[in-house]
Design a protein around this ligand. Structure first.
Ligand code: SAM
Length: 296
């Protein structure tokens, strides 16, 4: 455990999909005056330098945020524009040196006056320290809390939120395959405690039975609970890079999905516009594409 460090992946195509959905969802949920509680069960370090060794070593942001920012579609969908605007705002107009993880994405959109709250959980010893230090810089006071706790377990004591308005992001690294089962159990439990909450689950699309089955299992949970759901996937495909003899090619993650319970009703049409543009800009060839389905 704990070999996963999100810094290697910050700003990649999977972050683009996840954070674009997160921004649209928080924006929608903060339209009503009641306080919103957002729980990020797997928060990561919160803020990443796009020019540091981790990011540079993996180069994943080059096929994500950096490519999108360099090739903004002329008729960019509102979801893409909002996402780029937020990332640029975090950089205070000075190029793209920083990438906001989900805690910074959400905090940027929360309202002090409405007493919105953000509860962050991160287990990694180094990343939880980094997260606490990054959050301290925000001077957000009681609005944001950070705990080095198991996010799946911690969620139980937070539901339902006092205002009955809440969004939960469940974004594990899936480095241990039990994470897939824990996501399912977590959702079953959370929907019993707080049936009207919005829940967003990110997952990697990789050749592993547990990953393949996860969206099907989530659909079953949503349908049994009679809850509306939305499922979006983004695949950037395989780059056909000529290979040097004797050199091993490591393709990395090429596709991911996000499954939302009780999504904003505006999210499906917004994604229907954004996803083809993301494929157009981020697509690398064989296997690229997107999917969008809903139910409930
Ligand atoms: N949500 C972040 C974002 O979008 O910027 C990225 C999170 S990263 C995919 C997953 C994180 O979960 C890793 O930093 C890992 O250390 C942490 N983690 C793993 N198991 C955990 C657990 N049971 N509870 C809380 N955090 C955990």
């Amino acid at each position: 455990m704990f070999s996963y460090r999100h810094a290697f992946h910050a700003g990649n195509h999977a972050d683009v999909l996840k954070h674009l959905v997160l921004i649209a969802t928080v924006k929608y949920l903060t339209q009503k005056p009641a306080a919103l509680m957002v729980v990020d069960t797997h928060a990561g370090a919160g803020l990443y330098r796009l020019d540091d060794d981790f990011v540079a070593a993996s180069g994943e942001a080059n096929d994500g945020i950096l490519k999108l920012a360099a090739h903004v579609p002329a008729d960019a969908s509102p979801l893409i524009s909002d996402y780029l605007e937020l990332v640029r705002a975090i950089n205070r107009g000075g190029g793209l040196r920083l990438y906001p993880g989900s805690p910074f994405v959400v905090q940027h959109l929360l309202r002090q006056e409405a007493r919105d709250r953000l509860k962050l959980f991160e287990m990694h010893p180094t990343d939880s320290k980094a997260l606490a230090a990054h959050v301290a810089q925000l001077e957000a006071g009681r609005q944001v809390s950070v705990a080095r706790q198991d996010g799946f377990e911690a969620l139980k004591s937070l539901l339902p939120p006092p205002s009955r308005r809440g969004l939960v992001l469940i974004d594990p690294s899936y480095e241990i395959k039990s994470d897939y089962g824990r996501v399912v159990a977590c959702l079953q439990d959370a929907l019993k405690r707080f049936a009207t909450g919005t829940y967003a689950v990110w997952y990697p699309i990789i050749p592993r039975p547990e990953a393949h089955e996860l969206p099907r299992r989530l659909k079953t949970i949503a349908n049994q609970a009679h809850k509306p759901w939305l499922h979006a996937t983004l695949a950037i495909g395989q780059a056909d890079v000529p290979q040097e003899p004797g050199q091993e090619r490591r393709p990395g993650l090429t596709a991911s999905g996000i499954f939302i319970f009780n999504p904003p009703h505006t999210l499906k049409p917004a994604l229907a516009q954004a996803l083809p543009q993301l494929v157009q800009v981020l697509g690398r060839g064989r296997g690229q594409g997107h999917a969008l389905e809903s139910g409930g």
